[in-house]
Design a protein around this ligand. Structure first.
Ligand code: ACM
Ligand code: ZN
Length: 534
Protein backbone atom coordinates (compact mmCIF):
# COMPACT_ATOMS: atom_id res chain seq x y z
CA UNK A 1 0.00 0.00 0.00
CA UNK A 2 1.15 3.46 -0.82
CA UNK A 3 1.54 5.68 2.19
CA UNK A 4 1.68 9.30 1.26
CA UNK A 5 3.64 10.34 4.29
CA UNK A 6 6.15 13.05 4.15
CA UNK A 7 9.43 11.69 5.37
CA UNK A 8 11.21 14.94 5.20
CA UNK A 9 12.85 15.48 8.51
CA UNK A 10 14.08 18.98 8.81
CA UNK A 11 17.06 19.66 10.97
CA UNK A 12 14.91 21.77 13.29
CA UNK A 13 12.43 18.98 13.81
CA UNK A 14 14.88 16.55 15.28
CA UNK A 15 17.31 19.01 16.66
CA UNK A 16 20.44 18.17 14.72
CA UNK A 17 22.43 20.90 13.13
CA UNK A 18 23.65 19.29 9.95
CA UNK A 19 21.47 16.45 9.01
CA UNK A 20 20.51 15.62 5.47
CA UNK A 21 16.92 15.41 4.39
CA UNK A 22 15.68 11.98 3.48
CA UNK A 23 12.51 11.40 1.53
CA UNK A 24 11.78 8.06 -0.10
CA UNK A 25 9.12 9.62 -2.32
CA UNK A 26 11.20 10.06 -5.44
CA UNK A 27 10.70 10.01 -9.22
CA UNK A 28 9.76 7.44 -10.34
CA UNK A 29 7.72 6.88 -7.19
CA UNK A 30 8.34 3.52 -5.50
CA UNK A 31 5.36 1.17 -5.53
CA UNK A 32 5.30 1.00 -1.77
CA UNK A 33 6.88 2.79 1.16
CA UNK A 34 6.26 1.15 4.49
CA UNK A 35 7.60 3.22 7.29
CA UNK A 36 8.52 1.78 10.62
CA UNK A 37 7.07 4.52 12.73
CA UNK A 38 9.40 3.96 15.66
CA UNK A 39 11.43 6.99 14.67
CA UNK A 40 14.55 4.82 14.51
CA UNK A 41 17.25 5.70 12.05
CA UNK A 42 20.18 4.09 10.32
CA UNK A 43 23.29 6.23 9.90
CA UNK A 44 24.55 6.00 6.38
CA UNK A 45 28.03 7.22 7.14
CA UNK A 46 30.82 7.64 4.68
CA UNK A 47 33.50 5.01 5.00
CA UNK A 48 31.12 2.23 6.03
CA UNK A 49 31.57 -1.07 4.20
CA UNK A 50 29.07 -2.14 1.59
CA UNK A 51 29.10 -5.88 1.04
CA UNK A 52 28.32 -7.50 -2.29
CA UNK A 53 28.45 -11.10 -3.60
CA UNK A 54 32.07 -11.52 -4.64
CA UNK A 55 31.46 -13.79 -7.59
CA UNK A 56 29.38 -11.25 -9.46
CA UNK A 57 30.98 -8.49 -11.55
CA UNK A 58 27.75 -6.54 -11.99
CA UNK A 59 27.16 -6.52 -8.24
CA UNK A 60 30.73 -5.35 -7.73
CA UNK A 61 30.01 -2.51 -10.15
CA UNK A 62 26.81 -1.76 -8.25
CA UNK A 63 28.86 -1.51 -5.06
CA UNK A 64 31.19 0.90 -6.82
CA UNK A 65 28.20 3.05 -7.73
CA UNK A 66 27.29 3.05 -4.03
CA UNK A 67 30.82 4.21 -3.34
CA UNK A 68 30.36 7.06 -5.80
CA UNK A 69 26.93 8.07 -4.47
CA UNK A 70 27.37 7.57 -0.73
CA UNK A 71 31.10 7.28 -0.02
CA UNK A 72 30.81 3.62 1.03
CA UNK A 73 33.64 1.12 0.74
CA UNK A 74 32.93 -1.97 -1.39
CA UNK A 75 33.81 -5.27 0.23
CA UNK A 76 33.20 -8.85 -0.83
CA UNK A 77 30.45 -10.33 1.32
CA UNK A 78 32.15 -12.95 3.44
CA UNK A 79 30.61 -15.12 6.15
CA UNK A 80 32.21 -13.11 8.93
CA UNK A 81 31.62 -9.76 7.36
CA UNK A 82 30.49 -7.15 9.86
CA UNK A 83 29.05 -4.97 7.13
CA UNK A 84 25.68 -3.47 7.99
CA UNK A 85 25.06 -2.44 4.39
CA UNK A 86 24.49 -5.11 1.79
CA UNK A 87 23.65 -5.48 -1.85
CA UNK A 88 21.87 -8.77 -2.40
CA UNK A 89 20.04 -10.73 -5.05
CA UNK A 90 17.15 -13.14 -4.63
CA UNK A 91 14.20 -10.77 -4.25
CA UNK A 92 11.13 -12.77 -5.18
CA UNK A 93 9.54 -11.16 -8.19
CA UNK A 94 8.82 -12.07 -11.78
CA UNK A 95 10.12 -8.64 -12.72
CA UNK A 96 13.92 -8.70 -13.01
CA UNK A 97 14.06 -4.92 -12.44
CA UNK A 98 12.25 -5.11 -9.08
CA UNK A 99 14.04 -3.83 -5.99
CA UNK A 100 13.49 -3.59 -2.27
CA UNK A 101 15.32 -1.35 0.16
CA UNK A 102 15.08 -2.49 3.75
CA UNK A 103 16.30 -0.20 6.51
CA UNK A 104 16.00 -1.67 9.97
CA UNK A 105 17.58 -3.61 12.80
CA UNK A 106 20.00 -5.42 10.54
CA UNK A 107 21.10 -2.28 8.78
CA UNK A 108 20.50 -1.42 5.15
CA UNK A 109 19.85 -4.03 2.48
CA UNK A 110 19.31 -3.19 -1.15
CA UNK A 111 17.94 -6.29 -2.75
CA UNK A 112 17.06 -6.95 -6.36
CA UNK A 113 15.30 -9.63 -8.33
CA UNK A 114 18.41 -9.34 -10.48
CA UNK A 115 21.46 -7.10 -10.70
CA UNK A 116 19.46 -4.40 -12.51
CA UNK A 117 16.95 -4.36 -9.66
CA UNK A 118 19.77 -3.63 -7.23
CA UNK A 119 20.88 -0.78 -9.50
CA UNK A 120 17.37 0.71 -9.47
CA UNK A 121 17.28 0.36 -5.69
CA UNK A 122 20.50 2.38 -5.54
CA UNK A 123 18.97 5.03 -7.80
CA UNK A 124 15.93 5.34 -5.53
CA UNK A 125 18.10 5.60 -2.44
CA UNK A 126 20.33 8.14 -4.11
CA UNK A 127 17.34 10.29 -4.99
CA UNK A 128 15.96 9.97 -1.47
CA UNK A 129 18.91 11.72 0.11
CA UNK A 130 19.74 15.36 -0.38
CA UNK A 131 22.84 15.80 1.67
CA UNK A 132 25.39 18.52 1.52
CA UNK A 133 29.04 17.64 1.87
CA UNK A 134 29.76 16.61 5.46
CA UNK A 135 26.14 16.17 6.49
CA UNK A 136 25.10 13.06 8.32
CA UNK A 137 22.52 10.91 6.57
CA UNK A 138 19.93 9.30 8.83
CA UNK A 139 17.69 6.85 7.02
CA UNK A 140 14.33 6.26 8.72
CA UNK A 141 13.60 2.55 9.15
CA UNK A 142 11.40 1.49 6.28
CA UNK A 143 10.78 -0.99 3.52
CA UNK A 144 10.72 0.67 0.10
CA UNK A 145 9.88 -1.39 -2.98
CA UNK A 146 9.58 -0.66 -6.67
CA UNK A 147 9.26 -2.41 -10.01
CA UNK A 148 8.68 -0.95 -13.47
CA UNK A 149 5.41 -1.45 -15.34
CA UNK A 150 7.15 -1.81 -18.73
CA UNK A 151 10.18 -3.79 -19.82
CA UNK A 152 11.00 -1.28 -22.59
CA UNK A 153 11.70 2.15 -21.11
CA UNK A 154 13.25 4.21 -23.84
CA UNK A 155 14.61 7.59 -24.76
CA UNK A 156 15.90 8.59 -28.19
CA UNK A 157 18.60 11.08 -29.09
CA UNK A 158 19.27 12.33 -32.61
CA UNK A 159 22.95 13.12 -33.15
CA UNK A 160 22.68 13.39 -36.94
CA UNK A 161 21.20 16.89 -37.03
CA UNK A 162 23.56 18.13 -34.34
CA UNK A 163 26.55 16.11 -33.26
CA UNK A 164 26.92 15.55 -29.51
CA UNK A 165 30.37 14.77 -28.11
CA UNK A 166 31.25 11.45 -26.46
CA UNK A 167 31.44 13.00 -22.98
CA UNK A 168 27.91 14.31 -23.32
CA UNK A 169 26.61 10.97 -24.57
CA UNK A 170 27.90 9.51 -21.31
CA UNK A 171 26.17 12.26 -19.36
CA UNK A 172 22.99 11.56 -21.32
CA UNK A 173 23.27 7.90 -20.34
CA UNK A 174 23.81 8.92 -16.70
CA UNK A 175 20.64 11.00 -16.89
CA UNK A 176 18.67 8.09 -18.35
CA UNK A 177 19.97 5.81 -15.59
CA UNK A 178 18.93 8.29 -12.91
CA UNK A 179 15.38 8.06 -14.29
CA UNK A 180 15.22 4.25 -14.57
CA UNK A 181 15.31 4.28 -18.38
CA UNK A 182 16.85 1.10 -19.84
CA UNK A 183 16.88 1.65 -23.62
CA UNK A 184 18.88 4.37 -25.34
CA UNK A 185 17.69 4.61 -28.93
CA UNK A 186 20.50 6.35 -30.77
CA UNK A 187 19.62 7.99 -34.10
CA UNK A 188 23.05 7.98 -35.74
CA UNK A 189 22.41 8.88 -39.37
CA UNK A 190 20.17 11.17 -41.37
CA UNK A 191 20.09 13.50 -44.39
CA UNK A 192 22.02 16.11 -42.40
CA UNK A 193 24.89 13.95 -41.15
CA UNK A 194 26.34 10.44 -40.96
CA UNK A 195 27.88 9.79 -37.54
CA UNK A 196 28.76 6.06 -37.52
CA UNK A 197 32.23 4.93 -38.60
CA UNK A 198 32.08 2.07 -41.10
CA UNK A 199 35.53 0.62 -41.55
CA UNK A 200 34.81 -0.97 -44.93
CA UNK A 201 33.60 2.43 -46.19
CA UNK A 202 36.11 4.91 -44.76
CA UNK A 203 34.83 7.86 -46.77
CA UNK A 204 31.29 7.46 -45.50
CA UNK A 205 31.65 9.02 -42.04
CA UNK A 206 34.60 11.17 -42.99
CA UNK A 207 32.69 13.00 -45.68
CA UNK A 208 29.10 12.23 -44.76
CA UNK A 209 29.50 13.79 -41.31
CA UNK A 210 30.35 17.23 -42.69
CA UNK A 211 27.65 19.83 -43.18
CA UNK A 212 29.38 23.03 -44.27
CA UNK A 213 26.54 25.30 -43.18
CA UNK A 214 23.02 25.16 -41.77
CA UNK A 215 19.77 26.99 -42.29
CA UNK A 216 19.21 29.88 -39.89
CA UNK A 217 15.93 30.00 -38.01
CA UNK A 218 12.83 28.04 -38.87
CA UNK A 219 12.82 25.72 -41.82
CA UNK A 220 10.11 27.41 -43.91
CA UNK A 221 9.51 28.09 -47.61
CA UNK A 222 11.81 25.29 -48.64
CA UNK A 223 10.48 25.28 -52.19
CA UNK A 224 13.50 27.38 -52.93
CA UNK A 225 16.38 26.21 -50.71
CA UNK A 226 18.85 28.41 -52.59
CA UNK A 227 17.04 31.45 -51.32
CA UNK A 228 17.09 31.03 -47.58
CA UNK A 229 19.63 32.21 -45.05
CA UNK A 230 22.40 29.84 -43.97
CA UNK A 231 25.03 30.27 -41.28
CA UNK A 232 28.70 29.72 -42.00
CA UNK A 233 29.40 27.25 -39.20
CA UNK A 234 30.30 23.72 -40.28
CA UNK A 235 28.63 20.95 -38.32
CA UNK A 236 30.90 17.92 -38.15
CA UNK A 237 31.70 14.89 -36.05
CA UNK A 238 31.25 11.17 -35.99
CA UNK A 239 31.90 8.33 -33.55
CA UNK A 240 34.71 5.87 -34.14
CA UNK A 241 33.92 2.24 -33.46
CA UNK A 242 36.36 2.32 -30.54
CA UNK A 243 34.41 5.22 -29.00
CA UNK A 244 31.13 3.45 -29.63
CA UNK A 245 32.30 0.27 -27.94
CA UNK A 246 33.36 2.29 -24.93
CA UNK A 247 29.92 3.95 -24.81
CA UNK A 248 28.15 0.59 -25.17
CA UNK A 249 30.09 -0.71 -22.16
CA UNK A 250 29.41 2.48 -20.19
CA UNK A 251 25.68 2.09 -20.83
CA UNK A 252 25.69 -1.63 -20.01
CA UNK A 253 27.15 -0.96 -16.56
CA UNK A 254 24.09 1.21 -16.00
CA UNK A 255 21.77 -1.51 -17.31
CA UNK A 256 21.04 0.46 -20.46
CA UNK A 257 20.95 -1.19 -23.86
CA UNK A 258 21.84 1.04 -26.78
CA UNK A 259 19.59 0.47 -29.77
CA UNK A 260 21.36 2.05 -32.73
CA UNK A 261 19.36 3.38 -35.65
CA UNK A 262 20.44 3.54 -39.26
CA UNK A 263 17.47 5.22 -40.92
CA UNK A 264 16.67 3.66 -44.31
CA UNK A 265 15.71 3.78 -47.16
CA UNK A 266 14.83 7.48 -46.63
CA UNK A 267 16.84 9.98 -44.60
CA UNK A 268 19.94 8.76 -46.45
CA UNK A 269 21.12 11.85 -48.33
CA UNK A 270 24.33 12.19 -46.26
CA UNK A 271 25.34 8.68 -47.35
CA UNK A 272 24.22 9.33 -50.92
CA UNK A 273 26.38 12.46 -51.02
CA UNK A 274 29.37 10.12 -50.66
CA UNK A 275 27.98 7.32 -52.87
CA UNK A 276 25.64 9.01 -55.39
CA UNK A 277 25.11 5.72 -57.25
CA UNK A 278 22.91 4.63 -54.32
CA UNK A 279 20.21 7.15 -55.34
CA UNK A 280 17.76 6.71 -58.21
CA UNK A 281 18.96 9.78 -60.13
CA UNK A 282 22.66 9.37 -59.43
CA UNK A 283 22.88 12.81 -57.83
CA UNK A 284 24.91 14.80 -57.15
CA UNK A 285 23.72 14.97 -53.56
CA UNK A 286 24.89 17.14 -50.67
CA UNK A 287 24.69 16.66 -46.92
CA UNK A 288 21.47 18.59 -46.38
CA UNK A 289 21.84 22.00 -44.71
CA UNK A 290 18.11 22.25 -43.99
CA UNK A 291 15.45 20.04 -42.43
CA UNK A 292 12.36 18.18 -43.57
CA UNK A 293 11.58 15.13 -45.67
CA UNK A 294 13.80 14.69 -48.70
CA UNK A 295 12.47 13.13 -51.91
CA UNK A 296 15.84 11.47 -52.58
CA UNK A 297 16.08 8.03 -50.97
CA UNK A 298 18.08 4.86 -51.59
CA UNK A 299 17.28 3.22 -54.93
CA UNK A 300 15.26 0.07 -54.30
CA UNK A 301 16.22 -1.46 -57.63
CA UNK A 302 20.00 -1.12 -57.47
CA UNK A 303 21.69 -4.24 -56.01
CA UNK A 304 24.37 -1.92 -54.60
CA UNK A 305 21.79 -0.57 -52.16
CA UNK A 306 21.38 -3.88 -50.33
CA UNK A 307 25.10 -4.46 -50.48
CA UNK A 308 25.64 -1.06 -48.84
CA UNK A 309 22.97 -1.67 -46.20
CA UNK A 310 24.42 -5.06 -45.30
CA UNK A 311 27.95 -3.68 -45.02
CA UNK A 312 26.74 -0.93 -42.69
CA UNK A 313 24.45 -3.12 -40.60
CA UNK A 314 27.08 -5.86 -40.40
CA UNK A 315 29.52 -3.49 -38.74
CA UNK A 316 26.73 -1.97 -36.65
CA UNK A 317 25.97 -5.43 -35.23
CA UNK A 318 29.66 -5.94 -34.47
CA UNK A 319 29.70 -2.79 -32.36
CA UNK A 320 26.26 -2.90 -30.74
CA UNK A 321 25.25 -6.17 -29.03
CA UNK A 322 21.57 -5.12 -28.76
CA UNK A 323 19.01 -7.73 -29.82
CA UNK A 324 17.05 -4.91 -31.44
CA UNK A 325 18.46 -2.91 -34.33
CA UNK A 326 16.46 0.12 -35.48
CA UNK A 327 16.29 0.51 -39.25
CA UNK A 328 14.15 3.65 -39.39
CA UNK A 329 11.77 3.36 -42.32
CA UNK A 330 9.99 6.67 -41.70
CA UNK A 331 9.27 9.45 -44.16
CA UNK A 332 10.57 7.71 -47.25
CA UNK A 333 8.83 9.24 -50.28
CA UNK A 334 8.37 7.00 -53.28
CA UNK A 335 8.41 9.69 -55.99
CA UNK A 336 11.88 8.74 -57.24
CA UNK A 337 11.02 5.04 -57.24
CA UNK A 338 7.97 5.73 -59.41
CA UNK A 339 10.20 7.23 -62.11
CA UNK A 340 13.31 5.06 -61.75
CA UNK A 341 13.93 2.32 -64.31
CA UNK A 342 15.80 0.13 -61.84
CA UNK A 343 13.08 0.44 -59.21
CA UNK A 344 10.33 -0.27 -61.72
CA UNK A 345 12.22 -3.32 -63.03
CA UNK A 346 12.53 -4.63 -59.46
CA UNK A 347 8.84 -4.03 -58.87
CA UNK A 348 8.03 -6.04 -61.98
CA UNK A 349 10.50 -8.79 -61.17
CA UNK A 350 8.94 -9.23 -57.71
CA UNK A 351 5.42 -8.86 -59.05
CA UNK A 352 4.63 -6.06 -56.62
CA UNK A 353 1.46 -3.97 -56.71
CA UNK A 354 2.91 -0.69 -55.57
CA UNK A 355 5.99 1.18 -54.44
CA UNK A 356 5.17 0.73 -50.74
CA UNK A 357 5.86 -2.95 -51.29
CA UNK A 358 9.31 -2.07 -52.57
CA UNK A 359 10.06 -0.74 -49.08
CA UNK A 360 8.75 -3.99 -47.60
CA UNK A 361 11.04 -5.88 -49.97
CA UNK A 362 14.05 -4.00 -48.56
CA UNK A 363 12.72 -4.51 -45.05
CA UNK A 364 12.43 -8.27 -45.50
CA UNK A 365 15.96 -8.51 -46.89
CA UNK A 366 17.21 -6.52 -43.91
CA UNK A 367 15.19 -8.62 -41.49
CA UNK A 368 16.64 -11.83 -42.83
CA UNK A 369 20.17 -10.37 -42.74
CA UNK A 370 19.71 -9.31 -39.12
CA UNK A 371 17.97 -12.57 -38.27
CA UNK A 372 21.05 -14.50 -39.37
CA UNK A 373 22.97 -12.53 -36.79
CA UNK A 374 20.41 -13.24 -34.09
CA UNK A 375 19.00 -9.72 -34.21
CA UNK A 376 15.52 -8.31 -34.65
CA UNK A 377 14.44 -5.11 -36.30
CA UNK A 378 12.51 -2.15 -35.03
CA UNK A 379 11.07 0.36 -37.51
CA UNK A 380 8.97 3.51 -37.40
CA UNK A 381 5.28 2.87 -38.08
CA UNK A 382 5.54 3.53 -41.83
CA UNK A 383 6.94 0.00 -42.12
CA UNK A 384 3.33 -1.21 -41.77
CA UNK A 385 2.36 0.33 -45.10
CA UNK A 386 3.59 -2.26 -47.59
CA UNK A 387 2.80 -5.22 -45.35
CA UNK A 388 4.92 -5.92 -42.31
CA UNK A 389 7.71 -8.46 -42.18
CA UNK A 390 7.08 -11.18 -39.63
CA UNK A 391 9.30 -10.43 -36.68
CA UNK A 392 9.34 -6.64 -36.92
CA UNK A 393 8.67 -4.44 -33.90
CA UNK A 394 6.84 -1.20 -34.63
CA UNK A 395 7.66 2.16 -33.11
CA UNK A 396 4.41 4.09 -33.27
CA UNK A 397 5.15 7.80 -33.69
CA UNK A 398 2.46 9.35 -35.91
CA UNK A 399 -0.08 8.69 -33.18
CA UNK A 400 -1.26 5.53 -31.47
CA UNK A 401 -2.94 4.07 -34.57
CA UNK A 402 0.12 2.35 -36.05
CA UNK A 403 0.80 0.74 -32.71
CA UNK A 404 -2.80 -0.39 -32.35
CA UNK A 405 -2.79 -1.94 -35.80
CA UNK A 406 0.55 -3.64 -35.20
CA UNK A 407 -0.54 -5.02 -31.82
CA UNK A 408 -3.69 -6.40 -33.43
CA UNK A 409 -1.45 -8.13 -35.97
CA UNK A 410 0.50 -9.51 -32.98
CA UNK A 411 3.58 -7.44 -33.60
CA UNK A 412 5.46 -5.95 -30.70
CA UNK A 413 5.06 -2.21 -30.27
CA UNK A 414 6.83 0.69 -28.66
CA UNK A 415 4.62 3.72 -28.16
CA UNK A 416 6.16 7.10 -28.88
CA UNK A 417 3.40 9.27 -30.35
CA UNK A 418 4.22 12.87 -31.19
CA UNK A 419 1.36 14.14 -29.00
CA UNK A 420 2.94 12.83 -25.78
CA UNK A 421 6.52 11.93 -26.54
CA UNK A 422 8.15 14.48 -28.88
CA UNK A 423 10.32 16.45 -26.53
CA UNK A 424 11.74 18.52 -29.37
CA UNK A 425 8.45 20.48 -29.10
CA UNK A 426 8.13 23.57 -26.92
CA UNK A 427 7.28 22.93 -23.30
CA UNK A 428 5.88 26.35 -22.34
CA UNK A 429 2.94 28.26 -23.79
CA UNK A 430 4.83 31.53 -23.78
CA UNK A 431 7.77 29.98 -25.50
CA UNK A 432 8.52 33.02 -27.63
CA UNK A 433 10.46 34.68 -24.89
CA UNK A 434 10.99 31.80 -22.47
CA UNK A 435 12.52 29.09 -24.61
CA UNK A 436 15.09 28.76 -27.36
CA UNK A 437 13.83 28.23 -30.89
CA UNK A 438 12.29 24.78 -31.36
CA UNK A 439 10.70 22.85 -34.17
CA UNK A 440 7.21 23.96 -33.07
CA UNK A 441 4.42 22.09 -31.31
CA UNK A 442 3.59 22.30 -27.62
CA UNK A 443 4.26 19.42 -25.28
CA UNK A 444 4.03 20.52 -21.66
CA UNK A 445 5.17 18.30 -18.82
CA UNK A 446 1.57 17.44 -17.91
CA UNK A 447 0.88 16.05 -21.37
CA UNK A 448 3.90 13.80 -21.25
CA UNK A 449 2.76 12.63 -17.83
CA UNK A 450 -0.75 11.92 -19.07
CA UNK A 451 0.40 9.39 -21.62
CA UNK A 452 -1.17 5.93 -21.45
CA UNK A 453 0.90 3.55 -23.62
CA UNK A 454 -1.76 0.83 -23.81
CA UNK A 455 -4.75 2.22 -25.74
CA UNK A 456 -8.19 1.31 -24.41
CA UNK A 457 -9.13 -0.05 -27.85
CA UNK A 458 -6.85 -3.06 -27.38
CA UNK A 459 -7.96 -6.27 -25.70
CA UNK A 460 -5.94 -7.43 -22.72
CA UNK A 461 -4.22 -9.98 -24.94
CA UNK A 462 -3.36 -7.38 -27.60
CA UNK A 463 -2.18 -4.97 -24.91
CA UNK A 464 0.60 -7.40 -24.03
CA UNK A 465 2.27 -6.56 -27.34
CA UNK A 466 2.96 -3.03 -26.09
CA UNK A 467 6.50 -3.38 -24.77
CA UNK A 468 6.70 0.13 -23.44
CA UNK A 469 7.08 3.81 -24.14
CA UNK A 470 9.79 6.20 -25.23
CA UNK A 471 10.37 9.92 -25.61
CA UNK A 472 12.27 11.28 -28.60
CA UNK A 473 14.71 14.15 -28.74
CA UNK A 474 15.23 15.24 -32.33
CA UNK A 475 17.90 17.90 -32.66
CA UNK A 476 17.23 20.00 -35.74
CA UNK A 477 16.99 22.99 -33.40
CA UNK A 478 18.87 21.58 -30.45
CA UNK A 479 22.39 22.86 -30.88
CA UNK A 480 24.34 21.92 -27.76
CA UNK A 481 24.46 19.53 -24.80
CA UNK A 482 23.02 22.20 -22.47
CA UNK A 483 20.17 22.80 -24.88
CA UNK A 484 19.54 19.04 -25.15
CA UNK A 485 19.28 18.76 -21.36
CA UNK A 486 16.88 21.73 -21.26
CA UNK A 487 14.57 19.91 -23.67
CA UNK A 488 14.96 16.59 -21.88
CA UNK A 489 14.46 17.69 -18.29
CA UNK A 490 12.13 17.51 -16.58
CA UNK A 491 10.04 15.85 -19.30
CA UNK A 492 12.11 12.69 -18.97
CA UNK A 493 10.97 12.55 -15.34
CA UNK A 494 7.35 12.47 -16.54
CA UNK A 495 7.96 9.71 -19.08
CA UNK A 496 9.83 7.78 -16.40
CA UNK A 497 6.65 7.64 -14.28
CA UNK A 498 4.72 6.55 -17.39
CA UNK A 499 7.28 3.76 -17.78
CA UNK A 500 7.41 2.73 -14.12
CA UNK A 501 4.02 3.33 -12.51
CA UNK A 502 0.72 1.53 -12.87
CA UNK A 503 -2.01 3.86 -14.15
CA UNK A 504 -3.73 4.03 -10.75
CA UNK A 505 -0.48 5.15 -9.11
CA UNK A 506 -0.04 8.16 -11.33
CA UNK A 507 -0.93 11.59 -10.05
CA UNK A 508 0.40 14.72 -11.72
CA UNK A 509 0.03 16.95 -8.65
CA UNK A 510 1.90 14.52 -6.45
CA UNK A 511 4.50 14.07 -9.17
CA UNK A 512 5.19 17.79 -9.39
CA UNK A 513 5.59 17.80 -5.62
CA UNK A 514 8.31 15.17 -5.92
CA UNK A 515 9.93 17.01 -8.80
CA UNK A 516 11.41 19.69 -6.54
CA UNK A 517 13.69 17.14 -4.90
CA UNK A 518 14.72 15.75 -8.27
CA UNK A 519 15.59 19.23 -9.50
CA UNK A 520 17.95 19.59 -6.55
CA UNK A 521 19.78 16.56 -7.89
CA UNK A 522 19.82 18.03 -11.39
CA UNK A 523 21.46 21.12 -9.92
CA UNK A 524 23.93 19.14 -7.88
CA UNK A 525 24.98 17.13 -10.93
CA UNK A 526 25.10 20.16 -13.21
CA UNK A 527 22.21 19.06 -15.42
CA UNK A 528 20.41 21.91 -17.17
CA UNK A 529 16.61 21.76 -17.07
CA UNK A 530 13.59 23.85 -17.89
CA UNK A 531 12.81 25.51 -14.54
CA UNK A 532 9.12 26.00 -15.31
CA UNK A 533 6.45 23.51 -16.20
CA UNK A 534 2.85 23.47 -17.32
C1 ACM B 1 9.98 10.64 -37.11
O1 ACM B 1 9.72 11.51 -36.28
N1 ACM B 1 10.20 10.97 -38.37
C2 ACM B 1 10.07 9.24 -36.75
ZN1 ZN C 1 15.60 3.55 -58.08
Amino acid sequence: MLKRLSLTMSAALIGLASMAEVNYQVVPMPQSIQLDNSGKMFSLDKGLAIAYPGDNAQMKRNAEFAQEYFGLVPEVDAKKSKATIRLTLGLESENPDAYQITVGKKGLNIQGASESGVFYGLQTLRKSIMNEEGESVQLPWAVVAGAPRFQYRGCMLDVARHFMPVEFIKTYIDILALHGVNKFHWHLTDDQGWRFEVKALPELAKKGSVRPYTIVGQNVNMDDPDNVLYDDTPETGYYTQAQLREIVAYAAERFITIIPEIDLPGHMVAAMSVYPELGCTGGPYFVRPYWGVDPDVLCAGNPKTLEFIKTVLGELCDVFPSKYIHIGGDESPRVRWEKCEKCQAKKKELNLDNEAQLQTYILKEVESFLGNKGRELIGWDEILEGGLSEGATVMSWRGYEGGIEAARQHHRVIMTPTANCYIDYYQLKEHNYKEPLAIGGYLPLSKVYDMEPIPAELTEEEGKYILGAQCNLWTEYVVSPDHAMFMLLPRLAAISEVQWLQPDQKNFEAFTGRLGELEKIYRKLGYKFCPKFE
